[in-house]
Each structure stands twice: as C-alpha cells, then as structure tokens.
Design a protein around this ligand. Sequence first.
Ligand code: FES
Ligand SMILES: [Fe+2]
Length: 430
Amino acid sequence: MDTKEIKTLRSLMEFEAARTSPPQGFPHLPDIPAGRYTDPRYYELEQAHIWQKSWLFAAHIDELPEPGCFVQWQNTGDPVVIVHAENGDVNAFYNTCSHRGAPVVMEQSGRRPSLACKYHGWSYGLNGDLLSVRDLEDFTDLDFSCRGLKSIRCERFGNLIYINFDNAAQSLLEWLGAVADEWHEFQFENCRLVAKHSFELNCNWKIAMESNSEVYHVRNIHPTTVAPVLDDRRNVNSFYTNGHGRMIAPSRQNDAGGRTSVDRSSFPIIDTVSEIGQTCTQSYGIFPNWVSPLSPQTIPPLLFWPTSIRTCKFEVWTFGHGKGDRPLNDSLTNIWTSPDGSELSPVLLEDTQFGEAIQKSMESRGFEGVPLSYQEARIYHWNQWADRMIGIPKIPEELRVAQVLGDEWLMPNDPRVELLKDSEDQISAG
Ligand code: FES
Ligand SMILES: [Fe+2]
C-alpha cells in the first residue's frame, strides 16, 4: 500500500470516527428478506449459480506438494480430485471415471504415478488423459481423446489453489481484481500451511459468515477479546467489484504482539507488509465465502460451506510465512482453535454462539427481514452481488435485494474521499 493510499485511509478513519450519520449520498439499505436464509428456492439458486460460477478456495499447495500428490474435495457436493501433475501444474477433475462413474481416487489424499479406477481398471494420467483400458478389444470405437477425466477450472494465487466449475468464468486474477494487487505485500507465494480444521454449525452458512463481516457486534459479543484491541469507530469499509469487501480498523495498541486477541507472536514476520497491515486489522471478504484478516504474521482464512439450508461446515485455516522448502516451526498451531484443534478459539465461539438461535428465528413467522446499518453495509454489498450472480429475474421478487449501492461506491471509487476534500477545503478556507 503506497503512501498516498495510507494517508487517505488514515483520513477516512478520522472521518468515520467523527461522522454523526452515514456519509452524504450513502443509500438507505432496504431490509434483507429472511427467506434468503430459509427458503429452499433461494438455496437452490445459490447452488445452481453462486457455487457453480464463483472461484472457490479449495486447497493449499502444501497439501499436495509433489507431482503425483492429490486431495479429494467435496465442499460443494460434487466429487472433485485436485492433482499435482508432473509438469508442476495443479489440475482439478471430477473424481469420476469416464467408464461407469466410480471414483478414480478413494483416499482423502495420497500420492500416485497415475489415477487408476478400482472398478474395471481404467487408468488416467495426472493431466486427466485416459491412458489404458483393460480388454480394449471388447469396446467398439472407444475414442480415448474424449474419455479423459472431466476437468474443472483450477488456478493458483501464490500457494493457494482455487477452482471454478464454470468453464466460461473470468480468470482468478480478474475475479480478485484490485484485491490481488493489495495482496501482493502479504506474499501469498510464500505462505505455508500451518493447520486446517473444520466444525459443523447449525445455521445457514450466510448467518455464520455475516458475524465475521461487520464490526457492529464487536463491543457487544467480544467485550474482553476483540473490543479492547480494535478501534471499531475508526473502521473503514470498502466495496469491490464481484462482491468482495474490505475492512480496515486501527488497533488500540501498536505493539504487534499484543495488538490482537490472538497470539501470533511466534510466527515469522512478512517484512513487506505496509504500515496499515502492521497497525490495523485489515480483513477481506472474498465472494462468496472467504473471510480473512491479514497480518504481518498470518493469513488465516475462514470458509463457510453449506451442508444443507440450515447447517454449514466452518473451515478455519492458518497460513504462516516461510520461503522455499524451509519447514515452519512445529510448535505453530491454528490461531482459530485450541492448540489441539478440537475446539474453536474463544473469539470464534463468541462469533458463532447465536447462529442456531438466529436460524430458528429466521424460520419463524416472528422475523421477516434484516435492517442493516451503514456499519454492516458489506453484508448488503455481498447480497447485491449474490443476486447479480444468480441473475435478478430468476429470483422470486420477495427474495431479492434492491440494487441500491451503486458502482460509484466500488473501489477505486469512494465518494467519502470527495467529502474529505470538501472538509479539508473548508478548514483551510476558514
Ligand atoms: S467405472 Fe472405472 S473402470 Fe469401470
Ligand atoms: Fe466477531
């Protein structure tokens, strides 16, 4: 982040702390219909469009470090295998034999020179090509060139592996847009997997995710953990194309070790992180389901995957910084869990505590819609983009959100910067 951006952000923090209403020109946010969390019609639209067309963070290269290594992945229901090929590429395929659909790998992860189906023995290369068929003479006109494993788009951002089921999707870099540039200083190419754990939650996946998408809740549910170290009144939310969002809020103390509720002091430092990343909580929501604060020590994404309309899988990951093959210190553990990974951390227990009850409320006739404040506007922005991704006419009218937050609020546009200039002009004139 360059000096000019840092200066603007610091001014915006003071602007946010001083304002007595939402900024001039910020739209009124209509209620989010409760049916978006409870109505099977909306759930089906999410399944058909959001999960099938978005770039999804699926794996870290340390899970499949060598050619031949593979991992299975089923977080959206479809059976997927992600494979490290001989030429260094990482490929994703449906884990589905082209003969009669048996899986080509059965183990959760492993290493193989080729992928051979156990049912009748067809075998495939690590690039998905069909290599051999037993008793080939008994098939007529079997065209090997169109009987390979069916591939899925798979691209990397540094050491992170993303997949997309939509062959027509834009590239991962285009999808991330300006966020990709902002992420360079965090050296995703040198982030190493420390730990990954997952938990089941009894609520719609968006209810769980939204508790990590605003700071309005901080003083209430985190009075002794986050609130003492995060200056929520100076939080600056920003909105990006494709539904992504960012929050930047200064820490109340400036010592890197004590500035958050999570102990990151034993992690190696990423020395290219700017002053903002060093002294603030700089957190990104990447559409559809990634939320992560980035710090000079860790990149720790939280991922939310629906397992039904009223349950979800909550994946909590921690990446640390380490160049090349140098192993990370063994003593590092997941910052989001107890040291043995069996329980969520106190902060995440606070964040997830109301999910099940909120789901029940949303399913009752006692609750119709969610009125969001300016502080919670990233949630609204996410919902607008969800509808665009689905295709607005496909959504029953009572389940839509109105498209009120216009492109003039999408980065690099930010009408607040003009308001800042106006107030600076007034000060210098007066
Ligand atoms: S289903 Fe795979 S070889 Fe028959
Ligand atoms: Fe929280």
